[in-house]
Design a protein around this ligand. Sequence first.
Ligand code: IPM
Ligand code: MN
Length: 349
Amino acid sequence: MMDEYRLALIPGDGIGTEVTDAAMRVTSAAAARFGFGLSSETFPWSCDHYRTTGEMMPGDGIEILRGFDAILLGAVGWPASVPDSVSLHGLLLPIRKAFNQYANIRPHRLLKGVEGPLRSGGFDILCVRENTEGEYSGAGGRVHQGTGNEVAVETAIFTRAGVERILRFGFEQARARRGHLTSVTKSNAQKYSMVFWDEVTEELAADYPDVTVSRMHIDAMAAKMVMAPRDLDVVVASNLFGDILTDLGAAIQGGLGFAASANINPERTAPSMFEPVHGSAPDIAGRNIANPIAAIWSAAQMLDHLGESEAAGAVLAAIETATSRGIGTRPGLNTTDEITAAVLAAMEG
Ligand code: IPM
Ligand code: MN
């Protein structure tokens, strides 16, 4: 019997709706060509939804999503009407945590035909960002608000289970790629959590003798990604460090419009979620000029995760056929629809 996947679509805010639509058109074309079935349900959870209902998603939103094979998300956030700290903590971040999507995988390389800002383009980095704890643990509080004695505390929490599982995931990725892992910390300044992270890295390295391991501090890594990105293979970092480095990664690959991302639950105990790194981009929303490539590439990551690796490869190849023909390689060059059409045409041809 033909495999059929059930997808939950959360287009969300701003350009999220435009790029999710593009990604779904390409995913459906891949399903037709590679002979698997797709059904999807679209959820209107967004800042608009918040304005009418007072919540980003219903109270049982997580339970609703749990029944799907994967989630495709566009973007969350519309700061003009809902503070980011409310919208993100009401939708994106709880999904990552509730579904144990602890590995946020973000590939950074130049697609054919795309010129990044660096002189040396030959890099291929896979950033593995811890996605459920660390600086995003949400542990903290404020006292004496609005007074001169005000105090705000936000504690980064690192557990052995959490650090070990993300590093193991990184080692496995390195093993399947070029065999090099760089673990990013700031253990010269943060003497508890980051020294602990370094120790776990060293312990686990013994289990992966085929992987060479380097350790770098986040500041030096930021410089390296600009000066010598070719030297990097798999980069593993904590939640916040990985967040920052992957915007840098997006920049060196030509911009956020090319930056794909997968929030993976490796044990498959709950659905994984796929989303472009860019946000809702209010400044260009609704104008058919957002680059859908990051979302389409994220959909390819989704197909790969679902076991349709041939289809995933074909989608990625189609993206690169389009970019190698000069489509979508620079902001403003083509419309969202034109880029999507070029990818669809490449899939057929
Ligand atoms: C990302 C985003 C989110 C994050 C924000 C919107 C909370 O920047 O996915 O990189 O920090 O994780
Ligand atoms: Mn980010």
